[in-house]
Design a protein around this ligand. Sequence first.
Ligand code: ATP
Length: 358
Amino acid sequence: MSFLSLENVLKTFNKTEVVKKLTLEIQKGELMSFLGPSGCGKTTTLNMIAGFLDVDGGKIKVDGKPVHLTPPNKREMGMVFQNYALFPHMTVFNNVAYGLKLRKVGKSELNKRVLEALEMVRLSGYEKRYPKELSGGQQQRVSLARALVIKPKVLLLDEPLSNLDAKLRQEMREEIVDIQKKVGITTIFVTHDQEEALAISDRIAVMYEGRIEQVDTPAEIYNHPKTDFVSQFIGEVNQIQGKVLEIYEDNKCKMHFFGHEQIVSVNSKKNSEVDFFIRPEKIQISLVDPSDRNAGFPTKVERKMFLGAKTRYILKAQDKQLVADISNTVLNPNQIHEGNNVFAIWNPEDLLPSRKVR
Ligand code: ATP
């Protein structure tokens, strides 16, 4: 059974449904990210789980018990906000101790737990400092210690790293995962940063316009997106169009792309047009026509961009632009020049068919 569940959770603002009957199950100890563009309803959903917003329909359960009518301070959830939300006039110690004092925890137990929580976030020795005497990363660690010290059942993180610079963000996200796994706490991490979600999550719920488009592991989301939105939102994709020339058994079709043919697995009808997505790193290039004539599509190199470990080639195939990212250990970029005619090669299994029907 799941530890945290949302059943048809609904939220309406000014007659507009911003969270549309959302259903989701999160396992005990799991780190689930809510990922989606601005305005898709991530924070609203998190605030309903925390109890800062009432649900307009549906149920939220923790450990099998409904909590959606329980006041926030009784839900046993720890929350970390983007802007840290520390009390500026309190020391680090008192910020972390706040929730324990509210719960009337005795002095020696309180002392022990605050010091343990600060040690966990590597801030031992900072007890007497005030928030303004700390860096952004340190303030966020205090905020994490404050959330965890009450031993909540669920940890809710709302864009906790957005105010930090890129390098610190990466360090902090690793630290958060380490702590989350050590404590074994069921966690929801809200972010609009796909790389962050892919890096840290056990599973990701991709949200769009108040709905969940797909819930899966990072690798499944990336390799097997179930909707066009997920294909385009996660990672980068080229969109190419093909025409179905022949239908074979087992959903195999002979497709026509850029003047060449390829056998592809797709469920379609003869003569229909099908859009496909293909990731830039799934396209290879060759100066010579590959021996399997079905596999190479004639293109011209319009631009070449050296990106360190890989090179990005902008190709023109008829009037269509294709982006190919190729590791410099696989292809020496000095062999290819702008203006070269090259063959673009891809494995038909790497084509992700669009769900749009024409
Ligand atoms: P972001 O990444 O920008 O924080 P989000 O995915 O967290 O976006 P929400 O903040 O949940 O999105 O907002 C979802 C929708 O609900 C948006 O269209 C927003 O304008 C609207 N909304 C949120 N809070 C309120 C409110 N208190 N009153 C009216 N509309 C609101």
